[in-house]
Write a protein that binds this ligand. Structure first.
Ligand code: XMP
Length: 343
């Protein structure tokens, strides 16, 4: 493969590296994944030598595959910082940790639920939520990496569509990426390691499988960086998040079992309250919404015509499992005019 990905910078900030790296990346027409993996592993070994590499692992597909690839290429030299924000889905933190238990890397899990929830207290504006979460993530990453001493290389799970959508390599800027793992531009590293940056998502998933990552990590649905905070309308509280996690697990379990191809499906904890009956008494509690969309590119999406018996089971199971939920509704809005997420 005639792709030049050798490091050509020696002492720039992360931002310079990102720009530089993107500029020299050209995707070959017929990319063979086996060759790509071999070539990247060799390249990484040449690039970092015996030095250590740091990765912010979110548990998403890209950073997970990046971690698995690096642990194979440079066993024992990778340190992953996984920040459990308390905004993840049911049991997600444990699943991510378990997936890397047999990999040759240092896994640092930071339990930051209390920190995130106290920063989010009384915040209802979606953009402000995202900003607070992004900033808190960076603060935690900086604190944790400072404890590790100097690590010369930063790894990122950047993939080819990120580069295209960020307007690099001559492409138009469609949207800037604002993941919770977005790191500040003045973090100085000697080099940036981006082993997935020529791959499309389906190739990243296939690579993850070939690197023995579990199916639940490799084939997971997209999940926003700010996590359940953008699916918990109004103030984000532990009580609302706990109920949302249970409702969301029900939705995913029921819709996983359907033969239909649904791109993304989840629950939303709305801030609308409705009257219901619990134990023969009047109750006044929040409404949970269910979202299920079909899409190829997430720029446009259709709501899915779910079978009514599946919807009925979802409603019954959520109201049984979450006594604090009065009612379940199905979102029948396509994108546009709606977006996939509610916030
Ligand atoms: P929207 O809501 O914009 O979502 O129609 C399109 C896709 O992007 C995901 N999404 C995000 N992903 N950080 C992410 O990493 C975010 O802040 C974010 N917001 C939306 C969403 O889940 C859907 O797949």
């Amino acid at each position: 493969m005639d792709v030049e990905t050798k490091p050509v910078f020696s002492c720039f900030t992360r931002n310079d590296f990102t720009k530089g790296n993107i500029r020299i990346m050209q995707r070959p027409e017929n990319l063979d994944l086996k060759d790509y993996l071999e070539q990247q592993m060799e390249h990484i070994r040449e690039q970092v030598g015996n030095d250590r590499v740091l990765l912010a692992l979110s548990g998403g597909v890209d950073s997970s595959v990046c971690a698995a690839l690096l642990s194979r290429a440079i066993p024992g030299q990778l340190t992953c910082i996984f920040v459990d924000t308390g905004l993840m889905r049911l049991d997600e933190g444990n699943q991510v940790e378990a997936a890397f238990a047999d990999k040759d890397l240092d896994f640092i899990r930071v339990d930051a639920e209390t920190r995130f929830l106290s920063k989010l207290a009384a915040v209802v504006d979606p953009e402000q939520k995202r900003k607070i979460i992004g900033e808190e993530f960076v603060r935690i990453f900086e604190e944790e990496s400072a404890k590790l001493g100097y690590i010369p290389y930063l790894a990122q799970g950047t993939i080819y569509p990120d580069i295209i959508e960020s307007g690099a390599a001559g492409h138009e800027n469609i949207k800037s990426h604002h993941n919770v793992g977005g790191l500040p531009e003045d973090l100085a590293f000697t080099g940036l390691v981006e082993p997935l940056s020529l791959l499309y998502k389906d190739e990243v998933r296939a690579l993850g499988t070939s690197l023995d990552l579990p199916d639940y990590l490799v084939n997971r649905q997209p999940f926003p960086g700010p996590g359940l905070a953008v699916r918990c309308i109004g103030e984000v509280t532990k009580e609302k998040l706990d109920a949302l996690r249970v409702a969301d697990a029900v939705v995913r379990e029921e819709l996983d079992a359907l033969p239909q191809n649904i791109a993304q499906y989840f629950a939303i904890m709305t801030d609308t309250y409705s009257v219901g009956i619990r134990d023969g008494k009047r109750a006044y509690s929040p409404v949970v919404a269910v979202r299920a969309v079909a899409t190829n590119d997430f720029m446009q999406a259709e709501y899915v015509h779910l079978p009514h018996d599946a919807l009925a089971r979802i409603s019954q199971r959520i109201t049984d499992a979450c006594p604090g939920v009065s009612r379940v509704v199905y979102d029948i809005t396509s994108k546009p005019p709606g977006t996939v997420e509610w916030e």
